[in-house]
Write a protein that binds this ligand. Structure first.
Ligand code: SF4
Length: 324
């Protein structure tokens, strides 16, 4: 654990019992996020990234491993810890339609958490709601309106205002733009970047779109079948991915320059992601990796730092990347 870490995960796993079988959604994941940093978490749908987001938020209790917040172990069984953490950490969900109560005015939705946590008196809370609406680019007069009166982008702004009402230090954004029209996605991303900088928020940004994750994040972590495959500085992972899975994901990202796009070698991933109920022995990616060898099917590779701050889990990272 790095001393300056805001959040540290140590070998965190999350299993679910599905009709008597164990589904390994998250498998021994460790990483740190420093104060004010944005870590982008990417991977195909079903790779466990949203489950990990919920574990980090305290929604799910980890099956194994430990989570530390500012050096203190998080114990979500402890009611006091849970209540305190619920204020520090806030989540922004994918679907702004489902995450707002249709029967509550947006002013009441934004103010609800402040009331539960006894923040401010009623008059001051009303002022805070007005301030927050303006902070997220909405008219303060909207406080008395209901969610159905707003577009998807406006609703996501409202959920961001609701999260900020708690004066959080940590935001988990779970695919916050994937349900929105492409035309307004960049407005929400830029709003999140502005707020993160202005409020020095620590963020875990979960998405499947590598371009967006690269744009918003200081570091990128790549997940596959519940496992962490690669983690490093955002530019470094985006431009010099080391793991064959990350390389395949990146090869699918379109390049704006049509000449470069034509020259690009796309790596087509064969086969399907194995079921997390029957996780294969060895490297979880072995069944789809064009470099797989016998060792890959026997031994699980550890996540090892191979360049400064850039770690990957692959037995043959040097050979694949042509290092001597
Ligand atoms: Fe491919 Fe083997 Fe590396 Fe896994 S360990 S990514 S199967 S080369």
């Amino acid at each position: 654990m790095r001393h300056e870490s805001f959040l540290s995960l140590c070998k965190v796993s999350k299993d679910f019992n599905v009709n008597g079988s164990i589904l390994k959604a998250v498998n021994q994941i460790s990483f740190d996020i420093t104060k004010g940093e944005t870590l982008g978490l990417v991977g195909e749908s079903g790779c466990g990234k949203s489950t990990l987001g919920r574990v980090v938020m305290g929604v799910y209790r980890p099956s194994a491993g430990e989570i530390y917040i500012k050096g203190k172990k998080l114990d979500i069984k402890n009611g006091k810890d849970r209540f305190r953490y619920a204020k520090i950490a806030q989540m922004i969900f994918q679907d702004p339609y489902a995450s707002l109560n249709p029967r509550m005015t947006i002013g009441d939705s934004i103010g609800e958490g402040m009331e539960i946590h006894k923040m401010y008196n009623a008059r001051k809370r009303k002022e805070r709601v007005a301030e927050l609406l303006e902070t997220v680019g909405l008219n303060k007069e909207y406080a008395d309106h209901f969610p159905h009166e707003f577009s998807g982008g406006q609703r996501q702004r409202i959920t961001i205002a609701r999260a900020l009402a708690m004066e959080p230090e940590f935001l988990v954004c779970d695919e916050p733009i994937s349900a929105l029209d492409v035309s307004i996605q960049s407005q929400i991303i830029n709003l999140l970047i502005d707020l993160q900088k202005k409020l020095n928020l620590t963020c875990l940004f979960i998405a499947h779109d590598l371009d967006i994750v690269h744009y918003i994040s200081d570091r990128i972590a790549v997940m596959y079948l519940g496992n962490l495959m690669e983690i490093g500085d955002s530019d470094e992972v985006y431009n010099h991915a080391l793991h064959p899975y990350s390389q395949a994901l990146l090869s699918a990202v379109p390049i704006a320059d049509p000449d470069l796009e034509q020259q690009k070698q796309r790596v087509i991933l064969e086969g399907d992601v194995p079921s997390p109920i029957n996780v294969p022995k060895g490297c979880p990616f072995a069944g789809r990796c064009r470099y797989a060898q016998a060792k890959c099917r026997q031994e699980r590779p550890e996540l090892i730092e191979v360049k400064s701050g850039h770690a990957t889990a692959c037995h043959f990272v040097k050979e694949i990347n042509h290092w001597r």
